[in-house]
Design a protein around this ligand. Structure first.
Ligand code: SF4
Ligand code: SF4
Length: 371
């Protein structure tokens, strides 16, 4: 095992291969606060990539209802329990990652879900926990939230490390993790090792498959289908720089590194996942801290008290099909540019509003304006 630096856990950790970051890293930010659980993302992915024979239970994108839902069922409960104590001290993870906690002879700590656990992609949909007849702020007594999940195109992928055929590779040009279908031997080691359970086995072909980050679109500077179709405009896809090369004018860098308002999912697993979440404001903090690490409280504070630049970046979500490389806010609008420096969208920072007169002379009627 080699020693690699994982900035999400603030320390070096063990990994099978030497660390080598790609030229740029595919990444996305999902704002959980905006998701309405409509599953449009799920269906747009399915109708694009997994509509064929043997892919019936293959959901590269899924949206599950926390705390009870999961696809496959209990995926996170099980690995969290296996991992044992997980603690943080001053932003440094002091427990073990799945690579450090591996049993003898294995590459990573993992498990194979049972068949029935893959059957229900949205079990416990909209089921809250707790019960209270009143709603209290800032944290609700009974709560649930939607967790949108795709492959994280991890910096240190467990799927890749565990593959005995070396069929999984991480692209140098954009950090997208792919499975070579000609090399895959169907050993399912990736399914066992990925703690997010985002590598899936297809019985019909005897190969494993996973989210490909819509790379044919990304190569052309177009965002993936799940991002493009998101009704709630909760998703922003782009490229992330490592912390020592932060570009504050890159919206993903800004959200992840500068404002630290978007956090990785279960950073303690040790994979440096590259999908980042803005945590939901109404959920008990200890639950969120276990899920997104120690930055939760500060992230929620920032999301609640938006400064003008953060507000400007959040306005860009869901506004263009092009991948945004840079943004520039002014007092009235925010302008976004692609990797070639071309302007792709210009969004007003003010919602145009029109207050109608209480009495309409033309139709001789009264109108009420909702505040
Ligand atoms: S989320 Fe899983 S399948 Fe995706 S790159 Fe990471 S380890 Fe591999
Ligand atoms: S399309 Fe967007 S709003 Fe709808 S479930 Fe997916 S992430 Fe949530």
């Amino acid at each position: 095992m080699a020693k690699v630096y994982n900035w999400q856990i603030g320390r070096e950790m063990e990994y099978l291969y030497e660390g080598k970051r790609p030229k740029k890293q595919f990444a996305a930010v999902f704002d959980i606060n905006r998701c309405i659980g409509c599953q449009t993302c799920t269906m747009s992915c399915k109708s694009t990539w997994t509509f064929d024979k043997g892919q019936e239970y293959m959901w590269w994108n899924n949206v599950e209802t926390k705390p009870y839902g999961g696809y496959p069922q209990f995926w996170d409960h099980r690995i969290l329990e296996m991992l044992g104590t997980q603690s943080w001290e001053n932003g440094v993870y002091t427990g073990k990652t799945i690579f450090e906690a591996r049993p003898e002879g294995a590459i990573a700590l993992g498990f194979m879900p049972s068949e029935p656990e893959w059957r229900f992609p949205n079990i416990y949909e909209d089921t809250p926990t707790g019960w209270s007849s009143t709603v209290e702020l800032p944290v609700h007594q009974n709560w649930m939230f939607y967790l949108q999940r795709i492959c994280n195109h991890c910096t240190y992928p467990a799927c890749l490390a565990s593959c005995p055929r070396k069929a999984i590779y991480k692209r140098e040009e954009d950090g997208i993790v792919l499975i070579d279908q000609n090399r895959c031997g169907g050993f399912k080691k990736c399914v066992e090792a990925c703690p997010y359970k985002k590598s899936l086995y297809r019985e019909y072909t005897g190969r494993s498959e996973k989210c490909i980050a819509c790379y044919p679109r990304v190569e052309e500077g177009t965002i993936p289908r799940c991002v493009a179709t998101c009704v709630g405009k909760i998703r922003l896809q782009g490229f992330l720089n490592p912390p020592e090369k932060v570009d504050p004018s890159n919206p993903i860098d800004y959200l992840v590194h500068v404002e630290k308002v978007a956090l990785p999912l279960y950073p303690q697993f040790g994979l440096e996942p590259n999908v980042y979440y803005i945590p939901p404001r109404w959920v008990p903090r200890d639950f969120l801290t276990q899920m997104f690490g120690p930055g939760v409280e500060a992230a929620i504070r920032k999301r609640t008290n938006l400064d003008s630049t953060l507000f400007a970046v959040l306005r860009l979500f869901g506004t263009t099909q092009r991948i945004i490389s840079k943004f520039k806010p002014t007092s009235k609008e925010v302008v976004a540019y692609d990797s070639g420096g071309n302007e792709v969208i210009r969004v007003s920072l003010e919602e145009p509003t029109y207050i109608r007169p209480f009495y309409d002379e033309k139709y001789k009627i009264h109108r009420f304006n909702e505040p």
